[in-house]
Design a protein around this ligand. Sequence first.
Ligand code: TXA
Ligand code: MG
Length: 318
Amino acid sequence: MTIVKATPETIHDAAAILRDGGLVAFPTETVYGLGGDATNGRAVAAIFAAKGRPSFNPLIVHVADAGAASRLAHLTPLARRLAAAFWPGPLSLVLVKQPDCPIADLATAGLDTIAVRVPAHPIARALLQAADLPIAGPSANRSGHVSPTTAQHVDADLGDKVALILDGGATPVGLESTVVDATGGTPVILRPGGVTRADIARVAGGRVEIAGGEETSRPASPGMLARHYAPATRIRLDARGAVPGEALLAFGAQVPHHAGPMVNLSPGGDLVEAAANLFSALRTLDAAGATAIAVMPIPDTGLGEAINDRLRRAARNL
Ligand code: TXA
Ligand code: MG
């Protein structure tokens, strides 16, 4: 069993493993990350191997603060405004690497840009401080699988591949960070996530673009690959209800009667609560042996945009 409760001692142990080039899983406010020393090519290679991730898919690098970010990447005026508003928090900024950026090329998949994030979760922050390293941290799931929001999810996917899983309970946001290209003057959302489009527009003076091109083999944000975040069971979107044999992923107070497996993302219709419950619910229903998971409609506003993005990807056929 590699799961340990996060305490000052186990965080210290995890930091020592990272400095030695090993891998540890740790909670962030969004999802659990699979952490390795971002400056160590072997550690980064071990992350790709553990996840079974296509090597062109670059990783997010976690740092303690905007000062540490500016040593890795050039912070444009837009990046500084977004960082001031949302760091620490669920926002990753894609920026041009500094000429002397110490990050392993493999972590950025050979790109001249890097995605950096300052996480808000106290355990992630303590780990960054103890390790005193930039930590490469993709979501701690097998590539293409649902992101983990508990230590048990990590154990189920990667338990035999990681030296230690720091258990900090369920992650509060439950969706990955919003990935924003801030290399220019207008923010471009590469992946919707924990910070909403409206929040970003507000800080950027109303301007914000959304990246498309998800079907290309080398997309601007490889996390935008069409099928991603997927359970094994077929997903049926915009369902009014579930037929016998199906599982029901419900939302809101008006839920049709269903005798089979069901999870309600938020009986009160709260999108923040629904986001926090989404990946756990998909894992639970995926394990129910249903013919399909019928998903009730979820409003496409606020965090609903990121929730629907993940559900659409999960629904693509293999
Ligand atoms: O919430 C999160 O972001 C979590 C936690 C652990 O921090 N991490 C996470 O990392 O979701 P990952 O590796 O699963 O997703 C990274 C996303 C991918 O969509 C990737 O394509 C994109 O960031 N990305 C990374 N570097 C990029 C770059 N230089 N240019 C464009 N997109 C980039
Ligand atoms: Mg991921």
